[in-house]
Design a protein around this ligand. Structure first.
Ligand code: ATP
Ligand code: MG
Length: 585
């Protein structure tokens, strides 16, 4: 493994770290009233008092399960906080009452904790700030920076203009502040219907940036919120709420994906207005954008993921084929593998696609290091050693990890009848085939060299057993082991001692790298062979595997004992990733 790939390697620099380094060098945040000293403005119960040098946040909207794209953002935000002795806040952006649910809040908490990150006491909800946001909106009206617009949604859309044409002012734009204030109070008091009016900021209808053409900041929604219940029937827009949440929590670096770049001028405008009014303290947080993760053979859109689940194309949010973190966990992917992945793909401002194989390789690397080896025969056929005594059983010894002798060896029982992989035998060997065929010898790994003598077939011509003789002097670990040279080396388990278990062979959920490309329905690109359930023969040592124990099944790949369906003494295994990339063209 290269130095760079180790999870403990020094962090690779990137443009965000450069910004932080220069902010720390200039004392931008540390010298000006932050770091514990109260600022001149209002504080909120969530405003932290501890002197973190930098503060980031991970702000999911609780309207779906987290996916692999979120893992990039989580590793970035929590990782920066860790490496700069800062803090990262867990914040639920719950400003939209209709789509949010406690189930999503819980699943998000579990996913971030599973990835190995800790927000300490800093877990917040955007809805904690609804009172402040409402007051701030009143201030904007009073200071001439906002007005209630009673145009219809269609009128507003038309008067916003286009990329090439400026917008036109609403007839309500110059109404007196007192009138807007009264309307806003009525909106809050439920006196007006959903959609009948909105509160808009008053910036510049001719701005080349459409986001500055008086964007809406409050709307009427008579809906029950998952936390504030029926207290409010006006809700802040995301673009208005987010900067305020950041400022009240004294976030220093508000890191988001590139689609918010055009929102940054509004982010800055809003915070400056509220700082002028002494509602917020300087220095204000800064928004920094980076390119989101795009991953081939996957969809990273909450809408599409919800569709896959609700239309039952998969078996639930934690289906091991889904790119949700709940699915990845069940699949056997590891938190360390995700952190390695985040580090390896880095952060930049250039949009790009990451090949799914990069993620798989990170999982492989981590499990190669961490997973003990075991033996499983996935497509069993019997191998009968005709010259081995019928009732004899002896111990062979297999290392638990080839690079870690300290993990010791375990006993694998050797008997006259073994299970081997069906494709390790060929009646007529293709060119370059070094495994079992009549007349050829192979090593039974950790056991003896055997020479193939033939096979038995049923009436349909299917092979039901393979026959061989063993060479007693060739036992692994004895002086005679090297007396016979063979090219093939195959794995096996004892028929008498092995146990049958369900194993799920998962593959990519989509058969094409860009599902749905070219306006096609992405469901048409589902891989019909993404899941195959088999009954395998496993070595007896696997019987006690606990849910989420991971192993390398020799010659096959990395497998995990399913955390949902395994029962004591009867684990079921999921294939996380094969040993080699089988999709390489
Ligand atoms: P929505 O359309 O519901 O807003 P979203 O994917 O943006 O979906 P959020 O819950 O808003 O979901 O995301 C939380 C955070 O994760 C945001 O800061 C967002 O920028 C980041 N994020 C989401 N998708 C990706 C991605 N593919 N790569 C990197 N970061 C992402
Ligand atoms: Mg979002």
């Amino acid at each position: 493994m290269s130095e760079k790939s180790k999870t403990t390697a020094a962090p690779v620099s990137n443009f965000i770290r450069n910004i932080i380094d220069s902010d720390l060098a200039s004392g931008k945040y540390t010298n000006r009233g932050w770091g514990g000293k109260p600022g001149p403005a209002k504080t909120h119960a969530n405003t932290p008092a501890d002197p973190a040098k930098i503060r980031t946040r991970f702000p999911p909207e609780p309207n779906g399960y987290l996916h692999i794209g979120h893992a990039k953002s989580i590793c970035l935000n929590f990782g920066l906080a860790q490496s700069y002795a800062g803090a990262c806040h867990m914040r639920f952006d719950d400003t939209n009452p209709e789509k949010e649910e406690q189930e999503y809040v819980d699943s998000i908490i579990h996913a971030v904790q599973w990835l190995g990150f800790d927000w300490r006491e800093n877990i917040f909800f955007a809805s904690d700030y609804f009172d402040f946001m409402y007051e701030a909106a009143q201030y904007l009206i009073q200071s001439g920076h906002a007005y209630v617009d009673e145009q219809t949604a269609e009128q507003m859309r038309v008067s916003r203009g286009t990329l090439t044409e400026p917008g036109t002012a609403s007839p309500w734009r110059e109404r007196p502040a007192a009138e807007s204030l009264q309307r806003f109070t009525e909106m809050r008091d439920g006196k007006h219907a959903d959609g009948s009016m909105v509160l808009r900021s008053k910036i510049d209808m001719a701005s080349p940036n459409i986001n500055l053409r008086d964007p809406a900041i409050y709307r009427i929604r008579k809906a029950t919120h998952h936390r504030t219940r029926d207290k409010w029937c006006v809700y802040p827009m995301y673009a208005y709420a987010h900067p305020i949440e950041d400022a009240l929590e004294r976030i220093t670096h508000s890191i988001c994906t590139l689609e918010f770049e055009d929102q940054r001028p509004f982010y800055d405008w809003l915070l400056l207005r509220l700082a002028e009014g002494s509602l917020l303290a300087q220095p204000l947080p800064q928004q920094i954008e980076f390119a989101r993760l795009n991953l081939t053979y996957a969809v990273l859109s909450k809408r599409k993921l919800i569709q896959l689940v609700t239309e039952k194309h998969v078996e639930g949010w934690d289906d091991p084929r889904l790119p949700t973190l709940a699915g990845a966990r069940r699949r056997g992917y590891t938190p360390q593998g995700f952190r390695l992945f985040a580090e390896r793909i880095g952060v930049s401002r250039a949009d790009s696609w990451i090949d799914y194989s990069v993620l798989e390789e990170c999982m492989r690397e981590h499990m190669n290091e961490s997973a003990e080896r075991r033996i499983a025969v996935l497509d069993p056929v019997k191998l009968i050693i005709d010259n081995y005594p019928k009732d004899q059983q002896e111990d062979c010894f297999a290392p638990n990890h080839p690079q870690k002798p300290e993990l010791g060896k375990r006993t694998v029982p050797f008997t006259r009848e073994l299970w081997i992989e069906r494709d390790d035998f060929a009646e007529t060997p293709p060119k370059g085939f070094f495994r079992l065929f009549p007349g050829n010898s192979v090593r039974l790994r950790y056991g003896y060299v055997v020479k193939c003598t033939g096979c038995d077939k049923d009436a349909q011509g299917n092979i039901v057993a393979v026959h061989c003789d063993y060479l007693p002097e060739t036992k692994s670990g004895t002086p005679g082991a090297d007396s016979v040279k063979v090219k093939g080396n195959i794995h096996w388990v004892s028929v008498a001692q092995a146990f049958a278990a369900e194993v799920r062979l998962y593959d990519r959920l989509f058969k094409l790298p860009h599902p749905g490309a070219g306006d096609k329905d992405f469901l048409l690109d589902l891989n019909p062979d993404s899941q195959k359930t088999i009954t395998a023969q496993l070595e007896v040592a696997l019987k006690d595997a606990k849910p989420e124990d991971r192993f390398q099944f020799e010659r096959h790949g990395y497998f995990v004992a399913d955390r949902v369906d395994s029962t004591p003494g009867a684990p079921k295994f999921n294939r996380a990733v094969t040993l080699r990339d089988s999709w390489k063209t």
